[in-house]
Write a protein that binds this ligand. Structure first.
Ligand code: FES
Ligand code: FES
Length: 866
């Protein structure tokens, strides 16, 4: 058959006539800008234009596209597309970027049909396009900007991208150098910053480029960032994350900028000193007289040189003694508005490469069928029908399931659907979510098997003597991460016996461990490549039982004759688990007759997360207390003289993994809800009640005052509207949130407006901080409203795709007002900080307007959220 794609006729084998157009575009025509997110018409990541109409290519067979004009992100052009892309770029819309080729094509189709769509029209049109990073407010704004550009007749010009860089393996000399593993000045004058952090949407590459440009006095536009790994030398891993103890390279704990702060500022300052010393040596002048501005080295005598002219000489010089990074008062770049994301052009144009896009000569693609219940194993496999499918090369049992290997993804997928498997469920988790919840509740209420995580004063005695006591149980479900790019990995073995792995992993150290364990070779024979990741939110932090391990197992079974990519089906990713733990909290809190808090006693029943973080278990899980379960409860912002925290480490068959904001995602819901309930019970204002408790936390108090003031806390609202408030102190960032909601005449909750105040220390890039706050709120509001991974009767995993696992779409997004507090403190994390307060502020607002206190998430079990 003949397909017309991007204006060119392409001959495609007739055997693909019934295949989804998506896979023909990606795997046959090698147009990989069009993305896969769900395969069932729920996400629109696969959007292309067919005869100008935005169309989900996963729902259209290649045969039906014959005789029509197909336009993909690679071929889209013209004034409307250019206006859209320019607005996307200037509006810092992109985060992980995975959904954005689909978003921009849908937006272009809208503007072709309607040059001035109003807010409702934009929402209606774009509501089908999911974005797990929560870029919806910026998408809306960018569509408005593009419409204005078109109406004014301005020509924005076509966005261009530069090719992605690969990191070459470091030599031992480079590993030992204090500068070279982090910052290099090339002889063409460009500056390369080697990031120890995966770019998964959080903007860490842009923050790093700004930090390096600031300290080097380089032109920001000349700095390029690539993801580094393989920094393991005799002294340990040069990319080891300070927040992970320095020996694990991990992009967790919102630690990207925190981790860059000391290391990269110093490395860039040292590189600058070397350049100055090289100029001084070449020109025969004192180094102290050499100045550097915007990438130009100069001397009052008139001598000038670009970085490139001095790079070779500078790299031979020792780092001068006593180099110090700049004082914040000297900053000309950090903290300023206007710096756009460095990697967004490629993400907008569809040229950015994610793991799903990795292509190696002769590569085969595998999909893995996972058991329908956690812990089940294959008892009998009939693979005859699968192997009879055209393009299917092999069926291979691997640790967690059965891999079907095909020439293309669609071949493998067809093979997977033809597999017949009987599962042995004897060791499976056969309890339903409801049964597991009942067990969590029983243990939280009884305190059975509980261990004390923290104790101050005597909470039990203070409760016994309290004038008012509230006693409540808060229940939170399992939650999947469901990033837009399902978790994938590719690998091959070279002639030297070294295994190369491509994975958008948060933890290259863990990926190396995983590949080495699966292949049975030493870790120094594994080399990791880290492409962009289409989101992660904690999912890609694991080691073992992951696509890296699966890909290596498949390649090994095929005797390393082929490179192999394991590409996860959405259903299989959600069946593989790695969920946020289910958690039940019982809170008893007391107040005196003046309405002041006197006791707080919190008990948590949840499965520990830390044991899934190898190498770090010893200090994260100690004496039965899991830091990742208790974070947020053990270290909250409030002063409580009589405080007790107990935790019961549950054991279930459900695989648990860190999830954006880890334990704070549930423990702060319980604490903030209980605080609110107690304030209401004693007749006190919720902000005023918290104010009392924050005397020792001035930064959180400031955030509370600011958010409350800006949101008009205490001022009257129309009938059917209410506000809720919550505070958080998380990873040394301090925040407060006020959420305003309305109730419609069908008793549905509408989230109208969020005011969020944040003190995250020195702000590197204000707009990217705002973007992270917006994205975190949208992520968390969706989870609070609808999120739940459901195990049905017998333990079968029910929520396997976006039809059953509901996330936030554009129509539900509130107005978001982010207030950033100026600070001279070192920068702290921002990627997760807006998650913990989203649910409690929302449920408190619901309680205020309906009188119904929601103690069980998701909210929609009790009341509909629109
Ligand atoms: S709608 Fe096609 S991949 Fe999701
Ligand atoms: S930017 Fe939309 S899913 Fe990440």
């Amino acid at each position: 058959m003949k397909l017309n794609v991007n204006g060119t006729d392409a001959e495609v084998d007739d055997r693909f006539a019934d295949s989804p157009l998506l896979w023909v575009l990606r795997d046959v025509l090698e147009l990989r800008g069009t993305k896969y997110g769900c395969g069932i018409g729920q996400c629109a990541a696969c959007t292309v234009l067919i005869d100008g109409r935005n169309t989900k290519s996963c729902q259209t067979s290649a045969g039906r596209a014959v005789g029509k004009a197909v336009t993909t992100v690679e071929g889209a052009s013209g004034p409307v597309v250019d206006a859209v892309r320019d607005a996307w770029y200037r509006g810092n819309v992109v985060q992980c970027g995975y959904c954005q080729p689909g978003q921009t094509l849908a937006a272009a189709a809208l503007l072709e049909a309607d040059r001035s769509p109003d807010d409702a029209a934009v929402t209606r049109w774009m509501n089908g396009n999911l974005c797990r990073c929560g870029t919806y407010p910026r998408i809306k704004h960018a569509i408005g900007q593009a419409a204005e550009t078109l109406a004014a007749g301005r020509a924005p010009g076509a966005l261009t991208d530069v090719a992605e860089l690969e990191m070459a393996p470091l030599t031992p000399e480079e590993l030992a150098d204090p500068v070279h593993p982090y910052v290099r000045v090339h002889q063409d004058g460009s500056v390369i910053a080697y990031s120890n952090t995966l770019e998964m949407g959080q903007g860490s590459h842009t923050a790093l480029a700004m930090i390096v440009a600031e300290e080097l006095d380089a032109d920001f536009a000349s700095v390029r960032v690539i993801s580094a790994a393989n920094g393991v030398g005799p002294e340990g891993d040069v990319y080891g994350t300070p927040a992970g103890g320095g020996f694990i390279q991990l992009s967790g704990k919102s630690s990207g900028t925190v981790g860059f702060w000391e290391r990269y500022r110093l490395a860039a300052a040292q590189a600058r000193a070397r350049l100055a010393a090289a100029a001084a040596e070449a020109w025969g002048v004192p180094a102290a007289e050499v100045e550097i501005e915007l990438g130009v080295v100069h001397h009052p005598s008139g001598k000038r040189a670009g970085f490139g002219e001095l790079a070779a000489r500078a790299s031979q010089l020792p780092v001068p003694d006593g180099v110090q990074p700049k004082d914040p008062g000297q900053y000309t770049l950090l903290g300023r508005e206007g710096r756009l994301r460095v990697e967004s052009p490629g993400k907008i144009l569809g040229t950015a490469r994610y793991t799903i896009d990795v292509t190696l000569p002769g590569m085969l693609t595998a999909v893995v069928l996972h058991p329908p219940k956690f812990g089940a194993t294959p008892a009998a496999v009939d693979d005859s029908a699968a192997l009879a499918e055209p393009g299917v090369k092999a069926v291979i049992p691997i640790g967690e399931g059965i891999a079907v290997v095909g020439v293309t993804f669609d071949d493998a997928q067809r093979g997977l659907r033809a597999l017949r498997v009987d599962w042995d469920e004897r060791n499976a988790e056969r309890r339903s979510s409801a049964e597991l919840l009942a067990e969590h509740r029983r243990l939280a209420e009884s305190g059975e098997q509980a261990v004390v995580a923290r104790q101050d004063g005597d909470a039990a005695a203070a409760l016994a003597g309290a004038a008012h006591v509230m006693d409540a149980v808060y229940e939170l479900p399992y939650l999947p991460h469901a990033p837009m790019e399902p978790y994938n990995a590719a690998c091959r073995m070279g002639d030297d016996g070294v295994i190369e792995v491509w994975a958008g992993t948060e933890g290259p150290t863990y990926a190396r461990m995983s590949a080495s364990a699966a292949a049975g070779i030493s870790e120094d024979r594994v080399r990791i490549h880290v492409p962009f990741s289409g989101g992660s939110f904690g999912l890609h932090s694991t080691s073992g039982h992951d696509p890296v391990s699966e890909a290596v197992q498949v390649a090994q079974a095929l005797e390393w004759k082929y490179p192999v990519k394991v590409q996860s089906l959405r259903e299989e990713e959600l069946k593989a688990g790695r969920y946020r733990a289910m958690a039940v909290h019982r809170v008893r809190a007391g107040a005196d007759d003046q309405g002041r808090l006197t006791a707080f006693y919190q008990q948590i029943a949840a499965e520990p997360t830390s044991p899934n973080m190898p190498l770090a278990v010893d200090f994260l899980f100690k004496d039965g207390v899991d830091y990742m379960t208790t974070s947020g409860a053990v270290d909250g912002p409030y002063a409580m003289a009589n405080f007790k925290l107990e935790t019961t480490p549950m054991q279930t068959g459900v695989p648990i993994m860190v999830w954006r904001s880890v334990g704070n995602s549930h423990s702060e819901f319980a604490r903030e809800s209980a605080i609110d309930e107690l304030a209401t019970a004693v007749g006190r204002d919720a902000v005023d009640f918290r104010r009392d408790l924050l005397a020792g936390s001035p930064r959180t108090l400031r955030a509370l005052e600011l958010a409350a003031d800006r949101a008009g806390w205490g001022t009257p609202l129309p009938e059917g509207r209410a506000r809720g408030v919550a505070c958080s102190s998380f990873l040394d960032s301090h925040s407060a949130q006020v959420t305003e909601i309305s109730l419609d005449n069908r008793n549905r909750v509408h989230i109208e407006k969020i005011t969020f105040a944040l003190d995250c220390g020195i702000i590197v890039n204000p707009d990217l901080v705002r973007a992270q706050v917006e994205g975190g709120l949208i992520w968390a509001l969706g989870a609070a409203a609808w999120g739940e991974a459901v195990l049905g009767d017998g333990g079968e995993i029910i929520t396997q795709n976006f039809d059953r696992y509901q996330v936030m779409r554009m129509r539900s997004v509130p107005q978001i007002d982010v207030l950033l507090i100026e600070s001279g403190e070192p920068p702290t994390g921002v990627g997760e900080v807006s998650v913990p307060t989203a649910a409690p502020a929302l449920t408190s607002a619901i309680a205020a307007v309906t009188g119904i206190r929601i103690r069980q998430l998701p909210i929609t079990k009790t009341i509909k959220v629109y």
